[in-house]
Write a protein that binds this ligand. Structure first.
Ligand code: NAP
Length: 218
């Protein structure tokens, strides 16, 4: 059973997280289009592993092909994400801010914005939903379980568009995780690196507690 109106899931970025999301999507029966910065030919092994309904493309082509697109690149490269082909689409943002990798970003250091907020400003016509950002990549394919399983792992989402969040919640459920809606993109600092919910294997109640306990720094 696939989520309504989503036939193709594309990724902009196909590293640790992007490849794992692609595996979940292929496993769930979606068509998958993966992309990176070096070009589709560098993704041949991943495409072969994903199976006949998967292909690689340029980032712009992947963004155009996806009914839902996962942006999963090092944060300092978010301005390279194609804008026009993502207009009107749900975009899941997995990105985290690590200054040692991304350099200092004043809007984030000062607490004026969130990393997901920066992506939303870059993609003004898209419906950005924060997701998949607080789980280790490897655990995406090992920690899922059917709905109703006691202690089922939960993943946080945040966004400004309720319909987009409902779609992403349904997708997470299909991938084996409960979704916990923490609020708007402006609230998404509650699940950024260094907060209590970032990393541990929480079920929905534990994750809600950890989100409540988060304290903003900066
Ligand atoms: N690793 C984790 O467990 C984890 C967990 C949660 C969230 N995150 C966050 O999710 C994001 C991705 O993490 P990752 O660990 O998957 O990183 P990664 O393994 O370094 O992969 C990054 C991917 O982004 C691609 N990329 C870079 N610039 C691009 C561009 N302009 N257009 C298209 N693709 C581009 C890279 O392609 P090339 O290799 O061709 O340059 C690569 O496929 C980061 O912000 C990270 O902080 C990571």
């Amino acid at each position: 059973m696939t989520v309504q109106n989503i036939e193709t899931i594309a990724t902009v970025g196909a590293g640790l997280i992007g490849s794992q999301v692609a595996r979940l999507a292929a496993r769930a029966g979606y068509k998958v289009v993966v992309s990176n910065s070096r070009g589709p030919e560098t993704l041949a092994d991943l495409v072969e592993e994903l199976g006949p309904d998967a292909r690689a493309a340029t980032a712009a082509e992947a963004a155009a092909a996806g009914d839902l697109v996962v942006v999963t690149v090092p944060l300092h490269r978010y301005r390279e994400v194609p804008v026009e082909p993502l207009a009107g689409k749900i975009v899941i943002d997995t990105n985290n801010y690590y200054p040692q990798r991304d350099g200092q970003i004043d809007e984030l250091d000062s607490g004026r914005d969130t990393s997901a907020g920066l992506l939303q400003k870059h993609l003004p016509e898209s419906h950005v939903v924060k997701g998949f950002n607080h789980i280790r990549a490897a655990e995406l394919t090992t920690d899922g379980s059917p709905a109703g399983t006691p202690g089922r792992r939960a993943l946080a989402i945040a966004g400004d568009d309720e319909a987009a969040k409902a779609t992403v919640s349904a997708l997470f459920d299909e991938f084996g995780f409960d979704a916990v809606d923490l609020g708007s993109l402006a609230d998404s600092w509650r699940i950024q690196p260094g907060t209590p919910g970032y990393g541990p294997r929480d079920d929905a109640d534990q994750l809600r507690t950890h989100l409540d306990e988060a304290v903003r720094e900066g």
